[in-house]
Design a protein around this ligand. Sequence first.
Ligand code: SOE
Length: 382
Amino acid sequence: MSKKNLNIGMIGYGFMGRAHTNAYCQVSHFFDSQHKPVLKAVCARDEAKAKSFAEQWGYESIETDWRKLVARKDIDVIDICVPNNLHAEIAIEAAKNGKMILCEKPLAMDSAQGLKMVEAVEKAKVANMVWYNYRRIPAVTLAKRLIDEGKLGKIFHYRAKFLQDWTIKSDLPQGGQGLWRLDLAAAGAGVSGDLLAHCIDTAIWLNGPMSTVSCMTETFVKERMHTLTGKVEKVGIDDACIFFGKFANGSLANFESTRYARGHKAAYTFEINGENMSLGWDLHDLHRLQVFDYTDESKIRGWKSVHVTDNSPEHPYMEKWWVPGLSIGYDASFTHQVADFLTGLDTGKTASPTFRDALETQQILDAILESAKTKQWVSVAK
Ligand code: SOE
């Protein structure tokens, strides 16, 4: 079958530029679709860096001005992999140019901006998606299936953590390439928008909407040298963020993220406790889903560690990879996301999370930051 080329215009060349590009390269080898991504152009302000990225990954051309890229007739999809403060402007312009858009998370700096992006893509009727990749780790997708099948019964608790330790040094500067996540003007928020955004996206996908939240944030290092100005400046981001709240289904939420948990690099974990079953997952052991099934015979009841690597349709995505028992990695979650996006184009069924889906995460982020500021419970906007 001859496939329809889907010409990718990538903006950015950092860690996520590589993760997404790798997914475009892999997807057609493993997953069937009528569409095939083609690495058409990469865009970066620094021409030498754009050239070197294009050479390393096989992009056919480069641009140094994103406006030129989004106006190009030979580009179908714009992939936004630049700091958060640039997402909205690029996405809105890309939508006006009729491009499909895949945007790095979080969608926007806040939900007001996110809404404008949603309106732009919906007005232009262009396919759109946000890269909340952890939904597509097979063990996490299996958790979703078990919940949707009603195996857990009534859900009482959802708790998640995302712990890192890379900003503990007080002489680490803020701002500029590589460190823009520490700069409020570029990132919009700290660990909440970066790490908790993942936890929230997974949580609302698995357990439904959240209604109210109460949050506490801390900025442990109050001032850092700013790479762009050369001056010591106030740090405006949250270094750590802890919140609890309630889901619309009545279950309680308990979330924590920090970049000051010495010893933890990317410790994303969650646990869900239902009436009949509990589930647990840990990014450091990403193929395993921990399952406690209360309906098991009591003499053999206990936590099971399910290795989600069977290449049958029962273990999501795995039949497309190797033989049973063999692992895939973090990178595959991005490949799965592209595969689902392409299937969405084939079938006309949009893959999630769309910009509108991701707006819900943004509304929860707004609510937790508002709660941290006002020291009050805050209702999540609808
Ligand atoms: C931050 O260190 C980071 O790279 C996030 O930005 C990613 O979204 C997360 O998946 C891993 O950690």
